[in-house]
Design a protein around this ligand. Structure first.
Ligand code: SAM
Length: 197
């Protein structure tokens, strides 16, 4: 895990890592940014690919981490010519314009028996969302003080295009059986195991 640096995205890498099937050998980090999830995945699986649209951030990740296949490109159009046992994406789904199409595409990149894990950001619209975000403010203050908040250098998108409810609804429609979690540090997680057939 990325123990030396801490931020809201790194905090939830463990959700991706804990979902990895025992027999997984390949992983794709979608929207890798500085490459930290790819680095954590590489401690668990031998064959890790990481893709990002932004050349500068990929160049910097490449310079820092070896043994990872870093690609510059759009995950929606890049021709990988393969599927991956683990498809993980942190803080990137809201960059992809068409939410249902993006979920379908990431599911398509997942190998049968593999797992798709998305840790994402969305807008709170419901009382339960705001209540969880209030817990997040406390957790953020405590952990930022204790660990120090590391600022990533990857491009961001604001305002967020979708609400938590919209993401949850789209995921339920596109990924039958998906597990949904709202997380305190202003994030949600989707974990979906692709059926063997
Ligand atoms: C907010 S950053 C998150 C980076 C990293 N996952 C993290 O947790 O720090 C989102 C990243 O997604 C990348 N991105 C946006 N659209 C993309 C696309 N269509 N294909 C690949 N990467 C994309 C951006 O360039 C950016 O680096």
């Amino acid at each position: 895990m990325s123990r030396l640096r801490w931020n809201h995205n790194i905090h939830y890498h463990r959700i991706v890592l804990e979902a990895i099937p025992d027999d997984a050998v390949s992983a794709l980090d979608v929207g890798t940014g500085d490459g930290l999830l790819a680095r954590d995945l590489a401690h668990k699986v031998p064959d890790v690919t990481a893709i990002d649209l932004d050349r500068d951030v990929v160049d910097s990740a490449r310079a820092e981490f070896s043994g990872i296949n870093f690609l510059i490109g759009d995950v929606m159009t890049y021709d990988f010519r393969r599927k991956f046992d683990v498809v993980g994406s942190v803080a990137t789904l809201h960059h992809l314009a068409n939410l249902p199409a993006a979920l379908r595409h990431l599911a398509g990149l997942t190998a049968p028996g593999g797992v798709l894990v998305v840790v994402g950001l969305a807008r709170p619209t419901r009382l339960s969302d705001f209540a969880m975000d209030a817990v997040g403010v406390i957790q953020h203050r405590w952990l930022s003080w204790r660990r120090g908040l590391w600022e990533h250098s990857a491009p961001t998108v604001w305002p967020l295009p979708h609400s938590y409810a919209q993401v949850r609804q789209a995921a339920a429609a596109e990924l039958p059986g998906v597990a949904w979690r709202k997380l305190p540090l202003f994030r949600y997680a989707l974990v979906w195991y692709k059926p063997e057939r």
